[in-house]
Design a protein around this ligand. Sequence first.
Ligand SMILES: NC(=O)c1ccc[n+]([C@@H]2O[C@H](COP(=O)([O-])OP(=O)(O)OC[C@H]3O[C@@H](n4cnc5c(N)ncnc54)[C@H](OP(=O)(O)O)[C@@H]3O)[C@@H](O)[C@H]2O)c1
Length: 248
Amino acid sequence: MDVLVTGGTGRLGTRLVPRLRQDGVVVRQMSRRGTGPGGVRGDLATGFDLRAALAGVDVVVHAASAPLGDPWQVDVAGTRRLVEAISREGLRHLVYVSIVGVDRIPFGYYRAKFAAEQVLLASGLPVTLLRVTQFHDVVDELLDTARRGPVLPVPMGWRLQPVDVDEVAAHIAGLCAGPPSGGVVEFGGPEALTAAELARAWAAVRAPNARVVATPVPGRMSSVLRDGAALPGGGPRGRRTYAGHLRG
Ligand SMILES: NC(=O)c1ccc[n+]([C@@H]2O[C@H](COP(=O)([O-])OP(=O)(O)OC[C@H]3O[C@@H](n4cnc5c(N)ncnc54)[C@H](OP(=O)(O)O)[C@@H]3O)[C@@H](O)[C@H]2O)c1
């Protein structure tokens, strides 16, 4: 099996690439600079080098994204460029890494991810749209950024079900070997927690002097997050809890 991973240099990609290689898979790790062993260049924002990067692959894991850049250019138009550059004859499976709740959480980046899903569904390619919950490391980073000295403010009542990124990588490696689902499947962590519960667990280990303050946040996005829009419905679950991640 010859697999190309877009976003091969990202948080998920750098865990997925070695995981696939462990399974004996030939991996092309795509990024804009094409660094690293098995690295290939490809820029979703311009289309440069995409066709060469993709030539002859059996499976594509599409995990590139630009949440802090221009997701409409990279995630949406970039996914369209990817679809156009893929040689359809050989492709057995394209796994797109999306986010649980992109269809119901009114947040600009999520709207772009949902639009990218629609591009893939309309493409006629053999796709699986894998919606994943927030990675544990990202929760750590968000809490670290939110802390203001001794105070750690978090949105009141938001519910999340974060997941271990290595378990996501292992799950994707399993999907690559199987048939496309043709639609949306989900994968999340083992337990749903409020933002305050996550913050208290994080503070206990990483910032023992910080006091967690749950603050009401108005607006529709906040209301759907309180209602559980970021929680996975059915589907398999990772086993590592957020507390286990913090201990590790
Ligand atoms: N982080 C989370 O908690 C989370 C949760 C659920 C789902 N997801 C999804 O999982 C995927 C991976 O997330 P991540 O956190 O691993 O992302 P990340 O660390 O931000 O990595 C982004 C990747 O996209 C690549 N990229 C950016 N712009 C590009 C462009 N113009 N052309 C080609 N590649 C480009 C980057 O490569 P270079 O900069 O090296 O070119 C990098 O490899 C994303 O689709 C994200 O939406 C993430």
